[in-house]
Design a protein around this ligand. Sequence first.
Ligand code: GLN
Length: 485
Amino acid sequence: MELYNLPIHSLEKMLTEGDISSVELTAAVFDRIDQVEGKISAYITLDRENAQLAAKRADEKIAAGEGGGLCGIPLSIKDAICTKGLKTTGGSKILEPFVPPYDATVIAKLKEQGAVILGKVSMDEFAMGSSNENCAFGIPKNPWNLEHICGGSSGGSAASVAASECIASLGSDTGGSVRQPASHCSVVGLKPTYGRVSRFGLLAFASSLDQIGPLSKDVRDSAIMLNAIGGYDPKDSTSINKEMPDYTAALTDGLQGMKIGIPKEYFTDALDPEVRAAVDNGIKLLQGAGGEVVDLSLPHTEYGVAAYYIIAPAEASSNLARYDGVKYGFREKESESLAEMYSKTRSQGFGDEVKRRIIIGTYALSSGYYDAYYKKASQVRTLIVEDYQKAFSQCDILVSPVTPGPAWKLGEKIADPLSMYLSDVLTISTNLAGLPGISVPCGFSSKGLPIGFQIQASHFEEEKLFKAAYNLEQQLDLQPKYPTL
Ligand code: GLN
C-alpha cells in the first residue's frame, strides 16, 4: 500500500514505531501531488520548504517520545483559514496578496501537535458556492470523474483527500460546505456543533452559521481530527467552554438502543433513485447493527433554503464590508476619489457570486425591507430549530442523503444560481440550528460517482455521529476506496 493512501491512524502507528519517518511520508505525498495535481487542481498554494522543515521537526518530536496523534501527518488546509506567513486567498482576488500575520487557532493547535501543513487548497470565493467553480484561481475536478464538480465550497479539501494529495484536510461548513463535497468525493466530512471548534482566523462568511470541520479518509480519522482542533478558545466568543471527550472512544461496534430518526421531508420524489437506494441500504445496515428506526417529520425543512439565502447573504454583506482596498489586499490604483476607489476595488476584486450575495444581503437588511426578509427568515430559523428539538425528543440521530443527486457536470449549474442553491436543501438546516452533521460514503452511482450518507445529532452529540458513521463504514467496507487517476 502506498503511504499516501493510508489513513492517519495507520500512519500514526508506523511513525511512532519508527517504521517510517515524517520526512519520508511528506516526500511521498509531494510525489503524489506532482503526479496527479495537473489533473485535479486542488491546491492554490504549496508550501514545500516549510512542510519539509515541519516534517523534520516532527521526526525529532517522535524520536523524543512526544509523537502520536497528528504529529508528522501531512494535511491540506482550505484557503479560508489563516496561516501565518503563508498566503491566504479565500478563493478571491480581493485579498491578493494577503499573508496573514497570525495563525488561526485550529492551525496553531495542529502545529503544536507537529502536523505538517502541505499548502492551501481551493474553495469557492469566500465559501459561497456548491461546486468550487466560483474560485478566482482555477477549478478543482472530481477525482472520481474529471468532468464533474468536486462539490463546494471546500472542494479543494475534498478533492485533495480523495486523490490522496494529503492525508486529511480542514474545510469550513456554513450551509453544507464540508459535508457536500465530502459526499461527492467519497470521503468523510464532519461539521461540528456551532461552538465546538474555534473560528478565530477563519475568513468570516456568515458568522452565525460558519464552522470549521475535518475531511478525512475514514471515520476514525475524523474523530482524531476533531480531538485535535476542538475545544474552547477565548479568542472566539462563540466557542463554548465544554469538556472535550476523546471522540475515538465512540467508535465501538453495535448500535443497540440507538434510535434512528428518518425525516420524511428528506426523502421526497426529487431524490435521485440511486441516491435513495444507497441511503436506504445504509439505513438497513444501521438497523441490522441494533438501531431502531423512528419515522418522523421536520415540517419546516422546505423553507430552509429560502431562510438561509437571506440570512447568509445578510451576514456576508456585513462581513465583507471590510474588503475596501484600504485595510489589506487588492486596491484599484487609478481612481481619483475615495468613493471611486472603493467602488472599483470591490467591482474588480469580487467575483459575480460574491457580488450577488452582497446585493441580496444589503437589500434584505435595508430599511423598509428588514421585516419582510431578514426578520421573517430569522423567524423561520426558529421554527426549524423547534422542529429539531421535537425530533431529538424522539430519536438520537437523524439520517438522510447529503445531496439530492451525485456530482453534476462542470458548468451545468453555473448559469443558474437558483438551481445551485436548491442543491443545498438537505444540508442547510443543520447550520441554521447549529447542529453537528457528518457525511460518510455509502455507495456509488451506476456512473461511478460517489454517494454520501448524512447523520445529524443534537448539540454536542458528535459521539453519536461517529458511532453510527463508524458502524456503517465497517459494515459497508465500500470499494473501490480510491479513484483511478
Ligand atoms: N452552498 C452554500 C452556499 O453557497 C453553502 C456554502 C458553505 O457552506 N460555505 O452558501
